[in-house]
Design a binder for this molecule. Structure first.
Ligand SMILES: CC(C)(COP(=O)(O)OP(=O)(O)OC[C@H]1O[C@@H](n2cnc3c(N)ncnc32)[C@H](O)[C@@H]1OP(=O)(O)O)[C@@H](O)C(=O)NCCC(=O)NCCS
Length: 172
């Protein structure tokens, strides 16, 4: 468990699955992430995070905002699940329920996950990626002092798909 001024990054609970599925069914949240997820797809994401935590000691955590909500989204670190010129690599990623955008939660949680990755976990580098249109996510990367690196075609999308081209950021 990782604590920040306003947030707790913690392992997943079954009670997170419903609010997480609502977030993942929101077309605005998912517009630049390949579209809305079904309940099963959403649950599978959380289960993958749990398995990643068991295997590696870190994951995309469930994020709680004490006094505000028991679950506001998912933020944390995981091994990149595809092959590219920069893999193997650990990425930091964030995805918040729309109610909790605009409060600095993504940046605050990501900063804590990164510190944990470089500290307790002993990682040497952390990347982040998004599509060039995802201005909110790019702003988070810049607030985290990540450095813009390469552009690449994400192998999960066909060449020419609107989400194929990605930007990579990295730390240090
Ligand atoms: C990406 C995403 C997490 C960013 O959320 P966000 O709310 O813009 O980012 P933060 O939580 O860091 O909040 C920063 C914003 O809160 C504002 N803010 C308000 N109070 C704040 C506070 N106390 N501290 C810091 N920032 C605060 C900042 O001014 C900033 O707004 P701005 O970028 O318009 O200047 C969110 O848009 C999202 O979940 N998108 C859908 C999923 C997605 O695309 N994920 C990324 C995939 S790569």
């Amino acid at each position: 468990m990782i604590e920040t001024a306003r947030l707790i990054l913690r392992p997943w609970r079954d009670s997170d699955l419903l609010p997480f599925s609502e977030q993942n069914a929101d077309p605005v949240v998912m517009r630049l992430l390949g579209g809305a997820l079904s309940r099963d797809e959403s649950d599978a994401y959380a289960r993958r995070a749990e398995a990643h935590l068991a295997a590696h000691g870190f994951c995309k955590w469930a994020v709680e905002a004490p006094g505000v909500a028991p679950f506001v989204g998912a933020v944390g670190l995981s091994y990149v699940r595809f092959e590219a010129s920069f893999t193997p690599a650990v990425e930091v990623a964030w995805r918040l329920h729309r109610t909790y955008w605009g409060r600095g939660y993504a940046t605050e949680a990501a900063r804590a996950a990164i510190d944990d990755g470089f500290g307790r976990v002993g990682l040497k580098a952390i990347v982040a990626m998004t599509v060039p249109d995802n201005h909110a996510s790019l702003r988070v990367m810049e607030r985290l002092d990540m450095t813009r690196s390469i552009e690449f075609d994400h192998p999960n999308y066909a060449t020419g798909h609107r989400l194929c081209r990605h930007v990579l950021y990295r730390l240090p």
